[in-house]
Ligand binder design. Sequence first.
Ligand SMILES: Nc1nc2c(ncn2[C@@H]2O[C@H](COP(=O)(O)OP(=O)(O)OP(=O)(O)O)[C@@H](O)[C@H]2O)c(=O)[nH]1
Ligand SMILES: [Mg+2]
Length: 245
Amino acid sequence: MTLVHHAQREVTLKLVYYGVGLGGKSTNLEIIHAQTRPEFRGKLVSVNTEAERTLFLDFLPLQLGKFRGYTVRLHLISVPGQIAQDSTRQMVLRNVDGIVLVVDSQADAIEGNNYAIRNLDYNLRQDGTDPDRIPMVVQYNKRDLPGILDVEELGERLGVPEGIPELVSSARDGWGVFATVKSIVRVCMQQLGDPSLRDEGRVECLLEEPRARFYPSGPVSMIHAIAPQEEEQELELDELELVSG
Ligand SMILES: Nc1nc2c(ncn2[C@@H]2O[C@H](COP(=O)(O)OP(=O)(O)OP(=O)(O)O)[C@@H](O)[C@H]2O)c(=O)[nH]1
Ligand SMILES: [Mg+2]
């Protein structure tokens, strides 16, 4: 739910990067942090395991230009992709305004991408959010790698419905990342319309018309039964590393 502050003439969007483990969610935020002017961004806070996997989240506050006289602020957050961290993902999704679904374009990641989409659907529903009305864009990442699947094939195999903007990127090489964030902001702002006409505080910015579903016939309730096998990882408190830059 978008936060509208009339006195400060500010709008804050909470945008969540979601997707398969190691898909490049954190790298998107690192690139945005590295390539924006310091006066427009806050600290990038990452809570990682020793192996550089996201344990809790990455958080990056960012300021964009003005939209109809209101300063647009973003809270960019990436969830941990590891299957075991599901309660964290549910918590991070609370009051989300827009989702960037980061897809790993490699052929052997298709099962993980599939799982992430179903898991997102399930977790949004758990919180009472209609997954078909949440602003969303899909980012096909890792386009620099050899042997990746065509975008068309990926879209088909993942059941990406019409109406979702699709972008290509190599977050590692730093391209496609800003186009993605602009795209999700555009979808959100289209729903918000003129901020001065909105109430103060949290306002809902869901799509008026639900779009077609990912997996029209997929049994999302079976989500936990279809989780791909993943190595168990013991997490200890002193493994935590707090990075801020
Ligand atoms: N070749 C290539 N590697 C990438 C790209 N994006 C990310 N990576 C690499 O993939 C690995 C995982 O990237 P992360 O950004 O940590 O992935 P994540 O989605 O945040 O992973 P979790 O936090 O575990 O869910 C890192 O080694 C990145 O450098 C890309 O576009 N191309
Ligand atoms: Mg991460």
